[in-house]
Design a protein. Structure first.
Ligand code: FMN
Length: 475
């Protein structure tokens, strides 16, 4: 089960797929999706009969529930929120360690080859590419996409999810990978050699590729192999004739071509995961497309960001929390009990970590390490370290700990010159994309643990016995 259609069938079978007919690609589809994310149990939406388009469909909300995320990650399709988080604990490091045991499997046939469009005949707007938000600068075909690149020297393959706007009347699309992201580093290395960078992009695939492409899989590990480790299956790929790069054979739509340093086009603004539009229109590398491949009536995998909760904020929070916790444990720090990259901070800006403190300086170590982990460094703003009696996923508890166990003068460290982004609404136009971050120690002071005032709730065992005795009061 490595393609989108079998994933859709499964989701339909447990009642979490809704068909939406007749929406318009120009903001209406995006608005329906946005309204859906705000419902208590958002469904996956499959848009069909899109206004002005006889063929082509768009999927949104793919990873927005525990059942769909559990299915996508091969953890089980009957889990609730807590069970998905529990099932994920420790998995990212296992997947990273076993990725290379799941090399892609080259195949020569696939429904993706049913329609092959060469070079200048390519028109990305022959598909119902949405303009997602009212103030977007254009139509973004790349939201849930996978941009596949390679390192010219090591030949490592990377798959990253970077936004892509259709430009040049449908003949090209920009790729807005932030400098420092693995895909951007690959492209830079080709340019430094004076060569064009070969690129493949898939626009509709099993959402596991949205998860692996859209979260910080460790450097040097192919997201295609990592996805294979997640699913316990080698991913079938075609080999692009022009670029030699792997193309997921289960893809609905894919393109291959090249980026070059002198082929740029203006892109943006775009409604981003921070909850704000991304500044002014700016130049970004635009693809010279050699070939486009698509299935009949293909499905574009949409994952539009916005003010949280948005399309992939649930997935990002759950995945990044697991990755951060794993990375802290792998770094050898003792006592780490949990990490949560809160959805309200887009899964990046506000991270809480709980620790059973064991020595003076322990909580500071955990806080500063977390703020700079590869899984967390980009666009982090606050790390809050709490004791292990605090539920890191519960904002009320985290705020209570900050309010009662933290002396701001002593317990908040501010670090500047850190990895920010042009997406940051706090960045002044034209300034270099640094940010700063606060590491908040909201644990009881280590040297006062024995004498720190006791929490004034009942003893848990006593409360349980009272609950049992007075069950009818709480029924
Ligand atoms: C739907 C979606 C859109 C994203 N858009 C961008 C983007 O436009 N630019 C970017 O640098 N990262 C973007 N990201 C975040 C990257 O995908 C993420 O940082 C990922 O780890 C990058 O892969 P890499 O580490 O292999 O470079 C997006 C993530 C998702 C899920």
């Amino acid at each position: 089960m490595t393609d989108l259609r079998s994933w859709l069938e499964k989701v339909e079978s447990f009642g979490e797929l809704r068909h939406v007919l007749g929406a318009h690609w120009d903001t209406e589809l995006g608005a329906i999706a946005e309204l859906s994310y705000r419902t208590p149990e958002p469904k996956a939406l499959l848009f069909d009969d899109i206004d002005g388009y006889a063929t082509g469909r768009v999927l949104t909300g793919s990873t927005g529930s525990a059942r769909r995320l559990g299915l996508t990650l091969g953890l089980g399709d009957d889990l609730d929120d807590a069970a998905v988080v529990a099932a994920l604990r420790g998995k990212p490091s296992v997947w990273a360690a076993t990725a290379r045991d799941h090399p892609t499997e080259t195949v020569t046939s696939s429904p993706l080859l049913d329609n092959v469009v060469e070079g200048r005949d390519v028109d990305l707007l022959s598909l119902p590419v949405p303009r997602w938000h009212a103030e977007d600068g254009g139509r973004f075909i790349g939201t849930g996409c996978l941009v596949i690149t390679t390192d010219p020297e090591t030949k490592d393959i990377n798959g990253g999810c970077y936004r892509m706007e259709v430009v040049e009347d449908g003949r090209s699309a920009t790729i807005a990978a932030v400098p420092g992201k693995h895909g951007a580093q690959h492209v830079r290395r080709w340019f430094d050699r004076g060569e064009k960078a070969p690129v493949v992009v898939s626009f509709g695939h099993h959402p596991v590729l949205l998860v692996t492409g859209g979260t910080e899989v460790p450097t040097g590990i192919s997201e295609l192999e990592y996805a294979g480790a997640i699913l316990g299956e080698r991913l079938p790929v075609l080999i692009g004739e022009h670029t030699g790069l792997p193309i997921p054979a289960g893809s609905e739509v894919a393109i291959e071509g090249w980026l070059s340093p002198d082929h740029l086009a203006d892109e943006g603004p775009f409604g981003e995961w921070t909850g704000y539009y991304s500044g002014r229109r700016r130049p970004a590398p635009a693809l010279e497309i050699a070939r486009m491949y698509h299935r009949d009536d293909p499905v574009l995998l949409g994952a539009p960001p916005g003010k949280p909760p948005h399309d992939y904020s649930y997935m990002r929070t759950v995945m990044k929390s697991a990755m951060i916790e794993d990375a802290l444990v792998a770094a050898g720090v003792p006592g780490v009990r949990g990490a949560w990259a809160h959805e309200a901070g887009g899964g990046r800006l506000f991270i809480a970590v709980s620790v059973e403190t064991r020595y003076a300086g322990h909580s500071t170590q955990v806080g500063h390490l977390t703020a700079q982990l590869p899984a967390a460094a980009y666009m982090n703003r606050f790390v809050v370290v709490v004791d292990d009696d605090i539920d890191v996923a519960n904002l009320d508890e985290v705020v209570w700990a900050m309010s009662t166990r933290c002396d701001p003068v002593r317990d908040i460290d501010v670090v500047g010159g850190t990895w920010g982004s042009k997406l940051d609404p706090m960045l002044v136009e034209g300034a270099p994309p640094y940010n700063s971050r606060a590491v908040v120690d909201a644990t009881r002071p280590y040297d006062r643990r024995a004498t720190f005032p006791k929490v004034s709730t009942g003893d848990p065992a006593y409360l349980r016995s009272v609950m049992a005795k007075w069950a009818d009061v709480f029924s």
